[in-house]
Design a protein around this ligand. Structure first.
Ligand code: MG
Ligand code: ZN
Length: 217
């Protein structure tokens, strides 16, 4: 069996709900939903789209962090899944089209350590939000942080690549990973594009399927 890497989305995959959606629903006007529709339809990339959505937000850093602490829950099987990866020497990392602040806040809240993660940055000026995209990839016009290069990098190093996601920013890696776990919008996208995927609801299902792979000769 090859070395395995599992690359996971964060919002709506590790957390039960997408924390960006929750924040926009609470702190931006309803118009952000129109922008989200353009992104889903491929009319707008996620970098410009996210910028426009968060330009509608009025939220201080304190409110932002408090809101995440109060309103996010983990996939119930996630911590057990991390232990499973450790036990089996499976590399696990998080690549998110959201923000590092959300990931840090949630990982701190639930005592999760030692998981590498990559995401965009958010800074605050009073109640105005600014976004930065340090991992922007010139080759992809669609993404604020394209996750496909992470899959490619591990493939080159001989890994069997697994991707887990739920939404728009998971499309690029979903197209090229060796094995894709998809739910919601990503599952719809894969079905429409004829991309093979395994439906999942929680990390419990992912663990079960990967365990099967480990037993193969
Ligand atoms: Mg997501
Ligand atoms: Zn991309």
């Amino acid at each position: 069996m090859k070395k395995i890497v599992i690359i996971s989305d964060f919002d709506g995959t590790i957390t039960k709900k997408d924390s960006l959606v929750q924040i926009l629903d609470r702190f931006a006007g309803p118009a952000w939903r129109d922008i989200a529709r353009l992104i889903r339809n491929g009319r707008l990339g996620t970098r410009i789209g996210l910028k426009r959505e968060f330009a509608l937000c009025r939220v201080t850093k304190k409110q932002f962090v408090e809101f995440i602490l109060e309103n996010t829950a983990l996939d119930p099987a996630f911590k057990d899944f991390l232990e499973f990866c450790k036990r089996n020497r499976i590399a696990f990392l998080v690549v998110s089209g959201g923000f590092t602040l959300n990931i840090e806040t949630v990982f701190n809240k639930f005592g999760i350590t030692g998981v590498p993660y990559y995401a965009n940055r958010v800074t605050f000026n009073g109640d105005r939000v600014r976004l930065r995209f340090p991992y922007k990839d010139k080759r992809c016009k669609a993404c604020s942080l394209c996750k496909a290069p992470y899959i490619r990098k591990f493939k080159k190093r001989g890994y069997f690549t697994v991707y887990i996601g739920d939404s728009v920013t998971d499309r690029c890696p979903g197209k090229i990973a060796d094995l894709v776990f998809a739910k919601l919008g990503l599952a719809e996208y894969c079905a429409a594009k004829g991309i093979n995927y395994i439906p999942y609801n929680t990390f419990g299902r992912v663990k079960k399927i990967i365990s099967g792979y480990l037993k193969e000769p």
